[in-house]
Design a protein around this ligand. Structure first.
Ligand code: ADP
Ligand code: ZN
Length: 751
């Protein structure tokens, strides 16, 4: 037995135990090296986790590695450390994290490709230089005008006409700049972070306002104590400018920057802005990119690290797993956004929270920002873990948009409704269109109608695989399940009695149809998850350039877009935000409302935000219209505390899934019992039961699987980690003993 050497290997699989392999006596190995191994009769690429271990299993069964892949750069120690942290926190296997970090699994050699690309680069570089020069000139003209504008505004005799002219001049130039930047961003950036690019001139400088500068300085101060910073600033207050300045400074000190956004569609405008400051030092990384492009970026980061060049990565949560070295700053933009949470597959992580882990690992600075911070982050500020910095005024000085709540029930009684729109809202819309300004119309549901019902016999058309109704879509006409994606042709006759089906409720498509009827002259477009991914940037760009007048959409349109000529936002059937049975519902509703309000009147105009509702007295609307955010957060926080919800506790949702309802329920009941006996003590200050009985989620059958949920509520104390481990162990034990063949899915910090 002596002389044999063993290692553990991370494989891209969900295996709850550690696979050991033997390594030939003469191979020198270390953590992070890629190896080829056999596992369950298949060949895999894996990563050496630990070397020189003493196997906990029968050594005669241990296989020898097939090969050690020395031609591939090994995975860094910090990368593996992050995988360990994520798998420990989110109760998944390290292999699942590895798979998320290296999804392509291909060990490819880039050299040949790189050489081929070099020629092409030369040509593109010249083109880019020309565009940047043009952009720089335009940008200088903007700066001159802005300077003049502030002189005008500060002078004793107010010259409003001149100011207005200057403002419109600035807006035009910014539009022009945006179009140049668009051309730049469409030019593939050839240089990346290579040395010759270090001398590259960027387009514009950053000059913070005194208020912004105060926050900037305070952030630097907090960084000294290694504290994460939360910038709580109204939309348009210049949070992004501060991020840019922090990033610029970090890079000038020779360290790299990661700029995280919840979704890439939103980052479209941001990319142009970042490019205008950082030129070709900017790289993007998100799930829509090709595998080759991702690998390329990862490679640049790895080699850039050794070459000492600075870069800034703009990316979504998957960018957290890049092979960083020398990371100096992480920015988490729109930190409240639930798109940071990965639903499926494991690891079901929250990008914001993993960003904090990554920062700790690299001993680097981290700044979170939002106009509507999550209660979690506010809580972390109040207990001193994070430092909160607040920005109250908008850069362009405009006041917050006014809020008008329209009671649709009462309007309907007064014949004041025209379909889904109140005459009051229609009047506002007309006025806005007449001035050549723009409108955003929000509806939380896509499709035409969410439900099809037979008026004759009451039959509702349901998904054959899920316990949910099919939605009716137009253009092309079809019925779609929004849970499993099942799609079928539309047959207007009831399958039971033949009566013509009726659509109930209204989604974005119906709103679009009504708007087109109401305003036949207006240029209208729609943005929701039915929109083809490839056309999203185009729709946003057109609206930004005022080539469309009205944009209708779901949550996506509430995100951080900056539309200069937008002066009216409307939530037509806002109540769908409230009907959700979830402890986060009010917080989310408020965030959406606040984000919508923030979209309008970003420049000199004062905007209007209209909420149409059947429940005008609902506390969410009342408090929102009164506009006292601190008060509101205070009461939400008090509620969370009283009922033992996060951030006062930590939740784990355990979903039990099985195609057979009896098996599903039996397993859930048995598992809940086991966990209850394991976590007997109450976990909250107010005797919250740590383990719930199994319950059915709102949609209790998806894609053929019945679903039951067990909710675990844990106190945030020293025992937390060991309790989490105990739960994971309890579940493993249950699966082994009961031979349950369905799925058990753990979701730590569910959204
Ligand atoms: P936020 O990120 O808080 O929503 P932004 O950074 O997008 O705010 O700023 C809103 C608008 O004001 C943008 O058009 C931005 O260019 C402009 N702006 C903000 N601060 C400055 C500044 N210090 N100098 C020049 N423009 C600024
Ligand atoms: Zn379905």
């Amino acid at each position: 037995m002596s002389g044999k050497r063993y290692i553990t290997v991370i494989l891209p699989l969900k295996i709850g135990w550690t696979p050991y392999y033997e390594i030939p006596a003469d191979e020198k190995v270390c953590q992070g090296l890629w190896v080829r191994v056999n596992f369950a009769n298949k060949e895999y690429s894996g990563i050496i986790h630990e070397t020189d271990v003493t196997p906990g299993t029968e050594t005669s069964k241990i296989k020898t590695v097939i090969s050690v892949e020395r031609q591939v750069a090994p995975v860094g120690h910090n990368e593996i450390r992050l995988w360990e942290m994520v798998s420990e926190y989110y109760l998944c296997t390290i292999g699942e994290v590895f798979k998320a970090a290296y999804p392509a699994m291909k060990i490819s050699r880039q050299e040949a490709l790189a050489r081929m690309q070099e020629k092409d680069r030369e040509r593109k570089r010249k083109n880019l230089d020309r565009l940047y020069l043009k952009a720089r000139k335009t940008s200088e003209r903007i700066e001159q005008k802005k300077k003049k504008l502030s002189e005008t505004e500060n002078s004793s005799k107010k010259r409003e006409k001149l100011a207005a002219e200057l403002k419109s001049g600035i807006a035009d130039l910014e539009m022009e700049l945006a179009s140049i930047m668009k051309n730049i961003s469409e030019e593939e950036n050839p240089g990346g972070i290579y040395v010759e690019y270090d001398t590259f001139q960027t387009v514009r400088g950053i000059s913070l306002t005194p208020g912004q500068n105060e926050v900037f300085e305070a952030a630097l101060e907090a960084f000294k104590g290694m504290k994460p910073v939360l910038i709580n600033g109204v939309t348009g207050s210049g949070k992004t400018e501060i991020y840019l300045e922090l990033a610029r400074r970090t890079m000038s000190e020779g360290r790299n920057v990661l700029y995280l956004v919840p979704e890439i569609a939103v980052s479209r405008q941001l990319k142009d802005r970042l490019q205008s400051v950082f030129g070709s030092r900017l790289m993007t990384f998100h799930s829509e990119e090709t595998a080759a492009s991702k690998r390329n970026t990862a490679e640049k980061i790895r080699t850039g690290a050794s070459g000492g060049n600075r870069y800034i990565i703009l990316g979504t949560r998957s960018a957290l797993f890049l092979p960083y070295e020398n990371l100096g700053l992480i920015i988490v933009d729109e930190e409240h956004d639930s798109s940071y949470k990965q639903d499926s597959p494991a690891p079901r992580y929250n990008g914001r929270d993993v960003a904090v882990m990554l920062a700790r690992l690299h001993q680097c600075n981290i700044v979170l920002g939002s106009a509507t911070p999550s209660l979690e982050s506010i809580f972390n500020c109040s207990c001193g873990k994070y430092r909160m910095l607040t920005l109250r005024s908008r850069y362009y000085g405009a006041d917050e948009a006014e809020v008008e709540i329209i009671d649709t029930a009462s309007e309907r009684r007064k014949n004041g409704m025209y379909g889904l729109f109140s005459l009051k809202l229609i009047e506002h819309m007309k006025a806005v269109l007449d001035c050549g300004e723009q409108i955003l119309v929000f509806r939380s549901r896509r499709a035409f109608s969410p439900v099809l019902q037979c008026p004759g016999c009451g039959t509702i058309i349901r998904c054959p695989h899920c316990n949910v109704s099919l939605s009716y879509h137009k253009n092309p006409e079809r019925m779609v399940c929004h849970h499993c994606g099942f799609t079928t042709t539309f047959n207007p006759a009831c399958p039971k009695c033949g009566t013509m089906l009726q659509g109930l409720g209204s989604g974005t498509q119906k709103i679009e149809e009504e708007i087109r009827k109401l305003f036949p002259e207006a240029r209208v477009s729609r943005l929701d998850s039915d929109t083809a991914k490839s056309s999203v940037p185009d729709i946003i760009r057109k609206f930004n350039r005022k080539e469309t007048d009205i944009l209708i959409g779901t949550q996506i349109i509430t995100k951080s877009f900056d539309f200069p000529a937008l002066s009216l936002a409307a939530a037509v059937s806002a109540d769908s935000l409230l009907g959700i049975q979830d402890f986060r519902a009010d917080e989310k509703a408020l965030q959406i409302l606040e984000q919508l309000r923030g979209r309008c009147g970003r420049r000199d105009r004062k905007g209007l935000f209209v909420i149409q509702t059947n429940q005008p007295d609902h506390p969410v609307y009342r408090k929102f219209a009164e506009g006292d955010a601190t008060d509101l957060y205070g009461s939400l926080m008090a509620e969370r505390r009283e009922f033992g919800y996060p951030p006062y506790t930590r939740l784990i949702n355990i979903s039990v899934k099985d195609p057979d309802v009896g098996r599903c329920e039996a397993a859930a009941t048995a598992l809940s019992g086991i966990l209850k006996s394991m976590l007997a003590e109450p976990s909250g200050e107010n005797d919250i039961e740590p383990v719930s009985d199994p319950f059915s989620p709102p949609v209790d059958r998806i894609a053929g699987d019945h679903i039951r949920i067990i909710r675990v509520t844990l106190r945030k104390d020293k025992e937390l980690l060991s309790r989490k481990k105990a739960i994971a162990g309890g579940i493993d034990g249950f699966i082994r003993k009961s031979r349950f063949k369905g799925q058990i899915i753990l979701d730590v910090d569910p959204e």
